[in-house]
Design a binder for this molecule. Structure first.
Ligand code: PAF
Length: 303
């Protein structure tokens, strides 16, 4: 396994792979790797000749009062895990090599970046879209892998790749959960014992809402109210940023459930902001009903 820190070297290495006809699977991360990340690495390895993983805690996607400084970092542990997974390359750029003095250009998928998490974290998705565009330009992958836990991020990246004519397949991969249903996240490390025990309420709330939709309830406002009630019953939930029923491409709030539906939640437990979501597939689409979201979330190239 090779560790590359310089963007030019990463770019040239990838170009050599491309020129010899090898496919590159790319997994962008901010490190502090858990099973969720490793599942992406395994898939990247399985579907490509070469697996490249980037580790970069991207300062421009954190707000001024957010956790950039204290975001968990574990380069040694991450390197060990990636060696075990037989990743081929770790790309670990310095902040100054991605954002040198005089850096002025940003990428923003309008409208969809302002909804849900975007409304509570101004500039967050602009930071994500900018760094992901840069990383894709450097790593030149055939396919790039993203966890569906960050569903809005996945949709935004899929959109930017399409809008900017980038010849890359964006692959959305299922959320990996702890045994009690809590979605794996590097931020789970911030939770104390009581908070950790309370956190699966998010998954239970999503599961109950999805069962109601599957049972035929189409009143989205009713489901939203039940979700809020469920979350607020848990004393450890201090704030609900949002919890409700949304259209999965535009993130508009729904009043009536008609087709595919996104249930999404962002809450604070103590000082920790946790997000999770569930895609409830339309009854009219048998492929989606079978739980086979793979085809839906793996974007076909449209250049
Ligand atoms: O999901 C993440 O870890 C980050 O937002 C990403 C995609 C690596 C960009 O910094």
């Amino acid at each position: 396994m090779e560790i590359i820190r310089v963007p030019r070297i990463m770019h040239d290495t990838s170009m050599k792979f491309c020129m010899t006809g090898r496919t590159i699977g790319f997994v962008p991360t901010m490190g502090a790797l858990h099973e969720g990340h490793l599942s992406l690495v395994r898939r990247a390895k399985y579907e490509n000749d070469v697996a490249v993983v980037s580790i970069f805690v991207n300062p421009i996607q954190f707000g001024p009062s957010e956790d950039f400084e204290k975001y968990p970092r574990d380069i040694e542990g991450d390197t060990e895990k990636l060696k075990k997974e037989e990743a081929d390359i770790i790309f670990m750029p310095e902040i100054s090599s991605l954002y040198p003095d005089g850096f002025l250009t940003h990428i923003e998928a309008e409208k969809i970046s302002e909804k849900l998490c975007g409304a509570f974290r101004p500039g967050h998705f602009r930071g994500v879209a900018t760094v992901v565009t840069k990383l894709l330009n450097i790593a030149r992958p055939t396919r790039a892998y993203f966890g569906l836990k960050d569903f809005q991020q996945y949709v935004i990246i899929r959109k930017l790749v399409k809008d900017l004519n980038m010849d890359i397949d964006i692959v959305g991969c299922p959320t990996v959960r702890e045994q009690d249903g809590l979605a794996m996240s590097s931020r789970n490390a911030y939770l104390d014992r009581v908070q950790r025990e309370a956190a699966p309420v998010i998954y239970r709330c999503l599961t109950e809402a999805s069962e109601l939709i599957k049972s035929g309830i189409i009143n989205a406002q009713y489901i939203k109210e039940l979700m809020h009630e469920r979350l607020l019953k848990e004393p450890a939930v201090s704030v609900i940023d949002y919890a409700g029923v949304y259209e999965p491409e535009t993130f508009d709030e729904l009043s009536e459930i008609k087709g595919d539906t996104l249930l999404a939640v962002a809450v604070r437990i103590g000082g920790t902001r946790l997000i999770d979501n569930m895609l409830v597939e339309s009854r009219e689409n048998p492929d989606l009903n079978s739980g086979n979201i793979k085809n839906k979330v793996s974007q076909k190239k449209e250049i």
